[in-house]
Design a protein around this ligand. Structure first.
Ligand code: ASP
Length: 466
């Protein structure tokens, strides 16, 4: 009971820091706009205090993701026990991912075609924005910023194509010792070291194989190994508790920085686009998830959202599904009451593979850029973009801004200069924070559905039943 009381207090503290950080950040930016001396001070405070504090908080969580993931998955799989059951849970997770991402992308398409945010910006505004921000976009993709003109000659376009392909390649894990088919690792230590830069699936495959090996071994012989991983899991949970105790300060710093850097001017031009994204995310969050929770997971959506409040706040503050994973694992077991074997498997896979919010965002953003740059899309093109957005959501790394290399690659193939993404980066952080909330909520929703299908969903804890 005292646990409960403590975690409630933490929710409120984090929420307060979020609000205070946002207000203070936006306020500081407003003051700095008319006061160069203050602006200099603000930049220095951001660089020397705010950024390190926010990054230390993130690092405290990131540093424990790999040991936590390894121990949680090994123990979860060992408990599930047989390959057939792991396969069944995997297929059910995949089916739910495709269903939820499909609905998300359908919402995206309906909204973006209805509101046409790309047509609300005049060609002059577009060209100005492009000239000002294409370099940022190219930098984000890791290509040299040279061309800031909208009019590309064929040769320039070809050259840029090559650079983008290189950039997207670079965004992937290094080629050396690459996993087979992108998932079966040759070198698990290498995979562990790059697990947080988009290469988490091969490492999870390794954990899965170890878990199955543990399940099949003579229990007496492997008892110390099981106890060892139980210990690692326990310690990881404690480290997360310690990190979360810093959350109010860390979250303040992260959100202050976002507020201070928010492109308020750009918001005036890209406001309709941003609103379309937020409305789409809202519809998916407050209609799709509750319906799925009620019909498939047989849960009360309002209570469910209450139980995962901490997870949503962490996702919002960190903009990273991977950083939120430890908090999600803990909440799924302790607050939502999902069986550990199922939730540890579904959540770890989902942190990378299930990103409904990102799929929705990618769908809207790709079509928005096509509207903005007058690239006509036939019905077949739109369908293609729809399918690509679903797959792109699955392939996007669960890190801040993970969506952009994917969007850059896709718009380029459609004939929009990839540097255009720079135009939206100024307001992206707030959209990123929002879509990450959906990504993690979707993961726990799927875990609840799969648990229900597996017939092992623990009833909602009595303490929370109304
Ligand atoms: N930040 C998102 C996540 O971690 C990915 C993205 O949409 O950029 O889930």
């Amino acid at each position: 009971m005292s646990e409960k009381g403590k975690s409630m207090a933490l929710h409120n503290k984090i929420l307060l820091s979020l609000v205070l950080g946002g207000v203070a950040g936006i306020g500081a930016q407003a003051v700095a706009a008319g006061n160069p001396a203050f602006k200099e001070q603000l930049d220095s405070i951001l660089k020397n205090v705010i950024e390190p504090v926010g990054n230390i908080f993130l690092a405290m969580i990131f540093m424990i993701v790999v040991p936590l993931l390894l121990s949680a998955l090994i123990l979860g799989i060992a408990q599930i026990g047989d390959v057939a059951r792991v396969g069944r849970i995997g297929l059910r997770t995949l089916a739910m991912t495709v269903l939820l991402s499909g609905i998300a992308v359908a919402i995206a398409f309906a909204l973006v075609n209805l509101a046409k945010p790309g047509s609300t910006i005049s060609p002059e505004q577009r060209d100005q924005l492009y000239a000002a921000y294409a370099k940022d976009g190219e930098k984000k993709l890791g290509i040299r910023a040279e061309n800031t003109e909208t009019a590309f000659t064929e040769a320039e376009a070809k050259e840029l194509d090559g650079k983008i392909a290189d950039a997207i390649d670079k965004a992937k894990p290094p080629q050396d010792g690459d996993p087979i088919l992108g998932i079966v690792p040759r070198n698990p230590v290498l995979e562990a070291s790059r697990a947080l830069s988009g290469g988490i699936l091969p490492f999870m495959f390794f954990a899965l194989v170890l878990g199955l090996g543990l399940a099949k071994s003579d229990p007496e012989v492997v008892a110390p190994v099981r106890a060892f991983f139980e210990g690692i899991f326990e310690i990881s949970q404690k480290v997360i508790e310690m990190a979360m105790a810093l959350a109010p300060i860390g979250v303040f710093a992260l959100v202050f920085k976002t507020g201070a850097a928010l492109g308020i001017d750009i918001f005036r031009v890209l406001g309709v686009y941003a609103i379309v994204v937020l409305v789409g995310l809202g519809l998916h969050m407050f209609i799709t998830y509750p319906v799925v929770l009620k019909l498939i997971a047989k849960r009360n959506p309002r209570e469910f959202f209450g139980q995962i409040r901490n997870v949503m706040l962490t996702a919002f503050a960190t903009s990273s599904s991977n950083a939120t994973l430890p908090v999600a694992l803990k909440a799924a077991e302790e607050e939502v009451g999902l069986p550990k074997d199922v939730s540890s498997f579904v959540l770890t896979v989902g942190a990378t593979a299930n990103q409904n919010g990102t799929a929705l965002f990618e769908g809207i953003t790709i079509i928005f850029f096509c509207q903005l740059f007058d690239v006509p899309l036939t019905a077949a093109d739109q369908l293609m973009v729809l399918g690509v957005s679903i797959v792109a959501g699955i392939g996007t790394a669960g890190v801040p801004g993970g969506a952009w290399p994917v969007i850059g690659g896709i718009i380029k193939t459609l004939g929009v200069p990839a540097g255009a993404i720079g135009m939206a980066l100024g307001i992206d952080r707030i959209l990123d924070m929002s879509r990450t909330v959906l990504n993690v909520t979707g993961d726990i929703t799927i875990a609840a559905c799969v648990s229900e299908w597996e017939g092992r969903s623990t009833a909602i804890p009595e303490s929370v039943q109304g």
